[in-house]
Structures are given as structure tokens and as C-alpha cells.
Design a protein around this ligand. Structure first.
Ligand SMILES: [Ca+2]
Ligand SMILES: [Ca+2]
Length: 590
């Protein structure tokens, strides 16, 4: 492998995003040097490495062996600005560690600080400030989608050191035998360009595109004020907010994945994962494979939601685009009605030569419920409302396989004028019940984060972020501070107030992943990973059989290319982070 180039300080800011928030944690010039405290206690102080909104709760985790008071000191002049007492030491079950909390929520003055505890190394520097402190991070988490665009060259003017040649034109995609029909025999070709690479690999999967694209659409729809900044993408400066330009890049691909009978191909893929190559070098044949019910329903839901969110911009879109999306959505729904149990499994004989991500799902009531809810809100046709009621799905934290929470999210935000009071109360009641459970877990947690042992599964960071997104749905119905506090705690967790001491977003925080399982970042000859990607996070499965520093669910994380089970990136893990940052930034500015 070639030697990697190191980036000069500030390079990412200069080329990629209009940085200016100053939340990089650099020591300011001219301050009194901080004396090194004596370190006798093993373990680190862990906190949100990006920082805290002034009005937000502010907690840090301190090793249980420490005791007494803690101090918050200014990084500018080393003055003590706050003193408090540590909580009692308790074991946090998911990590097995004895931990104490330092609560400095009542410190609201803006500035850059460190936390100091006798016998422990000083914390990473962190900021307290206004709504703008997450602006650069928010922009980067959206721009990550641009960096994962298929079928296009990334120019230096937009991508800086991460400029790259185009790859995967996807204008000559083969029809796999599992997808063949009279119109499209096996081996015939079709065109399905654009879209985003799903993750660290170069394939494109409809199921995971659904929840990701929907979440970005709602991020904009619920907090449009948070999307006025431009992201320096090719479409910056046109009449559309850049986040919607980004979404359209993927919607164009999704539309091309629909067959003439309304069915939707499950994925566009090579037969095996490619090597650690740049996109332009990964030229193996690509296929559309079997049409599945899950793909049809996730497609139907996402396209229906897109029609509503994009409607105000109809004049800026190609003529007929919204009508095309709506009829595509309805056609996919109709196909799923006629084909309600076409499951996708690579254990089946007709897919035995396909070895890439499966996104298999054996329970589809939730996909029916979600597509029904979105089509009801878009068309106002009562038959879809009835289908949602018939699916009879209780709310849950959303994930790619478990999407009924998205139905409740849409209905709670947009359904009030379309359903009876009793029906709306039921929908809102489900949202509040879920949020109240998350709040109870938050309040009962030793670390004051609503992450229990069972939440540490593959992509645990997205579980944290999707819980936060659902808390915000309850907050939108009833602006109760505990919903917001529990959501802030989940953000803190992902940004460093976790036992790994990593801020789990590439390029952000004093210690962030340097070797994500992301082919472009691995192959691009730039030492730094592409910024703005949320990695999967700790979970005890260790399916990649790499060597991990610990086995406990909350500690089983490895910053290595090897660790595809904790250190990969995907479009559905970034999306709830985009949503959360937009929401909290907007709420903090009120
Ligand atoms: Ca734009
Ligand atoms: Ca499902």
C-alpha cells in the first residue's frame, strides 16, 4: 500500500466547508500554559468533545477511583470557572466499569474549557456556546453523502484533497437471473446511475436507501431554518436547499430501480465485494437482482414522502417530476399488494452467487404500515389509512428493518387534520409512550444515557441517534424539557461521552476514528478519513474476528479498517445525526 499523505492543519476546513465555529479544540494563542496535573488514577474523563449548547445538560464521566470535587477550567487563562462534586461511583452494566458523573449543567457561559479532577488527566478541551457550535459538524454529516455519490467525478473545488475520478457509471447494469422477466431477460442491460454508495462498499441497496433518504427529507421538512447554509456541492447556488439537492441525487437512482410492472429491484450490486480500490478502479460487472416486497414498500414510502417535502419546490424541479414520483410510489405499493411475501434471502438458490450485503427482512408488517402511512398523507386516500390500521404495528425505535416508527413520525407531524381526534390521540400517544420509555432509561442510567445492554447491536450509534430522533418527535408534540435533555445526552454519547473516548464522527472531536471501514478513505492516499461519517459504534459481536481491546458491549469497538462490525460507515447511520443536529441547533436558537 502506498505511503499516505498527511493533511496540513486546517485543510479540511479550508476546502470542504465554511468552518468558523472554532470548535476544533485547538489551544488558543496567548493563554497561560496549563500545568500538567499529577496522574495517578487509571482511566480518562470522557465528555462531548465538540461541546455543549449553553442551555443543555452538561455531564462528563469520571473514573470511579477518583473522588472529591471536579473543576471546570478555562483553556484561555487556566482560571477555575466552576467547581462541583462528583456523584457516587456506580457500575454501568454495558461497560462493567465503575464510573462517576460530573454535572456542570449550570455553567452556561460561552468559552473553551477542560474538566479537571485530582489524580486524573485533564479532559479533552470542549466548548460551551450558542446554536452555532455544531454547524460545521452538521454541514459535514450532510456533505458525507456527496462524498459517497456514485457515477460522478468529485472536483477539487468541492472535494479538496478528496477529489476523485468518476466510478460506477451504472449505465450498463446487467439483469441478474433472479430478476429476469419477459421484458428484461437475464443478461440484458439497463441504466440506473447516480445514488449513494450505501456504506464502506460500492453497492446500492433500496431498503437502506429508503430510511436514509426519508430521514434526510424529514430533517429538512421539520427544521427548514437549519438548512440555509450552502455545502459547496455542485448544486450550491441553485434554487434548492443543498440537502434536497443531495436527496434528489439518490431519488433519481431509486426511480431507475423500478421495473415496468411496478416492482423494485432489491439492490444494484457486484456479485462479491470489491477490494480496497478507488471507485474508478472497481470495474466488476454490476447487476440488478430480484425484486422484493421490502424494496417495493420502502421505495413506495420514500417516494410518497418526497412528493410532500419537495412540493414547495415544484417549479425548480423538472416538469412532471413530482407526478412521476407519486405514480411510481403507487405502482410499487400495488406490486407489493400483489406480491406481499417476496422475501430476499441469499440463502435461496436463485441468489446463491450474490455475496454482498443482504438487507434481508422476514417481517414486513412494518414496511406495509410505513408505506401505507406515507401514501395516505400524500394522496389522502382513506384506503391507505385503513391499511395502516390493519397492519396494527406498535411504535418502536426505527431501523432499516423496523420502520413502523417512521409511519408514526410522519402521521404525528402531518396527520392531525386528516384523521379523527381519537385516531390522532392514539398516534401521538404511541410517540409519547416510546419517548417516555427512553426518558426513563435515561434517568435510571448510571451514565445518564438511554443506552442499555441490548442496544449495543451492529450500528449501535444509530440506535442512539434514532432514539434521539424519536424523543424529538415527542418534543414536537409536547415541548417537555426531559425529552430534549435525553436527546442531548444521546448526542453527547456519540460525540465522546462514552467509555471508548472516541467522538464517533470522522474528522470531529479531539479523538475520532482514523481508519473507518470505508473503501474510499482506505484507498485514497490521504491519511485523514473523509470527514463527517458516523461509524457503527461498539457492539460485542466482533463478527469480523479482529482483535478488540475489550469484549463488554459498550467497550467492544476498534478503530481499524479490519473492524467492519464496529467501524464501518453507512448512509442510514449518518441520517439521524443530520436530523438531530438540525433539530437541536434550531431549538437552541429559539
Ligand atoms: Ca442548492
Ligand atoms: Ca421489517
Amino acid at each position: 500500500m502506498p505511503a499516505k499523505r498527511l493533511l496540513p492543519t486546517g485543510f479540511i476546513c479550508a476546502f470542504l466547508i465554511a468552518c468558523g465555529g472554532g470548535n476544533s479544540g485547538n489551544t488558543p494563542e496567548g493563554g497561560t500554559p496549563t500545568p500538567t496535573p499529577s496522574v495517578a488514577i487509571e482511566g480518562l474523563i470522557r465528555l462531548n468533545q465538540l461541546g455543549y449548547h449553553s442551555q443543555a445538560p452538561k455531564l462528563a464521566l469520571v473514573p470511579g477511583a477518583a473522588s472529591g470535587d471536579f473543576e471546570v477550567v478555562s483553556t484561555v487563562d487556566n482560571s477555575v470557572v466552576y467547581t462541583g462534586s462528583l456523584s457516587a461511583a456506580e457500575v454501568w452494566q454495558p461497560s462493567g466499569e465503575r464510573l462517576r458523573r460530573a454535572d456542570f449543567s449550570s455553567l452556561t457561559s460561552a468559552g473553551q474549557f477542560k474538566l479537571r479532577v485530582d489524580g486524573v488527566a485533564d479532559s479533552h478541551p470542549f466548548n460551551i456556546g450558542g446554536p452555532e457550535i455544531y454547524a460545521d459538524l452538521h454541514d459535514a454529516t450532510i456533505k458525507a453523502y456527496y462524498f459517497n455519490r456514485a457515477s460522478t467525478e468529485l472536483l477539487a473545488e468541492h472535494a479538496g484533497p478528496f477529489a476523485r475520478a468518476a466510478g460506477h457509471p451504472d449505465d450498463n447494469v446487467l439483469v441478474h437471473a433472479s430478476a429476469a422477466d419477459a421484458d428484461n431477460p437475464a443478461g440484458s442491460a439497463l441504466s440506473a446511475p447516480k445514488g449513494w454508495y450505501d456504506a464502506g462498499d460500492y453497492n446500492k441497496y433500496i431498503v437502506n436507501s429508503g430510511i436514509s433518504t426519508y430521514t434526510l427529507l424529514m430533517a429538512y421538512a421539520h427544521y427548514p431554518q437549519a438548512y440555509s447554509r450552502e455545502l459547496n456541492i455542485p448544486e450550491s447556488g441553485n434554487a434548492l436547499p443543498d440537502i434536497l439537492d443531495e436527496v434528489l441525487w439518490n431519488l433519481d437512482w431509486m426511480l431507475a430501480m423500478q421495473d415496468s410492472d411496478g416492482g423494485v429491484y432489491h439492490k444494484l450490486t457486484t456479485l462479491r465485494f470489491s477490494g480496497e480500490q478507488m471507485p474508478s478502479a472497481a470495474t466488476e460487472p454490476r447487476y440488478v437482482v430480484k425484486k422484493s416486497t421490502a424494496a417495493a414498500l420502502d421505495f413506495a414510502a420514500t417516494l410518497a414522502a418526497a412528493v410532500r417535502v419537495l412540493e414547495p419546490f415544484a417549479a425548480q424541479l423538472p416538469t412532471g417530476k413530482l407526478a412521476q414520483m407519486e405514480s411510481a410510489s403507487i405502482a410499487a405499493w400495488d406490486w407489493a399488494q400483489a406480491n406481499p411475501e417476496v422475501l430476499y434471502s441469499q440463502a435461496d438458490a436463485d441468489l446463491s452467487d450474490v455475496h454482498t450485503g443482504e438487507y434481508g427482512d422476514w417481517r414486513l408488517d412494518d414496511e406495509f404500515a410505513w408505506a401505507a402511512a406515507e401514501l395516505f398523507l400524500t394522496t389522502e386516500d382513506e384506503k391507505y389509512k385503513q391499511a395502516f390500521i390493519t397492519a396494527d404495528m406498535a411504535i418502536d425505535v426505527p431501523g432499516w428493518q423496523n420502520v413502523q416508527g417512521l409511519a408514526y413520525m410522519s402521521l404525528a407531524n402531518e396527520g392531525q387534520s386528516l384523521v379523527s381526534t381519537e385516531e390522532f390521540n392514539q398516534i401521538a400517544g404511541q410517540v409519547r409512550t416510546l419517548a417516555d420509555t427512553i426518558v426513563s432509561d435515561y434517568q435510571a442510567s448510571v451514565v445518564r444515557v438511554a443506552m442499555n445492554t441490548e442496544d449495543f447491536f451492529w450500528g449501535s450509534n444509530s440506535q442512539a441517534l434514532n432514539k434521539a430522533m424519536m424523543l424529538l418527535q415527542a418534543y414536537r408534540l409536547t415541548p417537555q424539557s426531559t425529552y430534549l435533555d435525553a436527546a442531548y445526552a444521546l448526542l453527547d454519547y456519540v460525540l465522546g461521552r462514552n467509555v471508548t473516548d472516541y467522538s464517533m464522527v470522522t474528522g470531529f472531536g479531539e479523538r475520532s476514528p482514523m481508519a473507518p471501514h470505508h473503501r474510499v478513505s482506505e484507498a485514497d492516499n490521504v491519511a485523514a478519513p473523509i470527514p463527517g461519517f458516523v461509524v457503527g459504534g461498539p457492539q460485542p459481536g466482533q463478527q469480523d474476528e479482529c482483535t478488540y481491546p475489550a469484549d463488554e458491549p459498550a467497550r467492544s469497538y476498534l478503530d481499524s479498517w479490519c473492524s467492519y462490525s464496529t467501524n464501518e460507515v453507512t448512509i442510514n447511520w449518518n441520517a439521524p445525526m443530520v436530523y438531530l443536529l438540525g433539530a437541536l441547533t434550531h431549538i437552541a436558537s429559539q
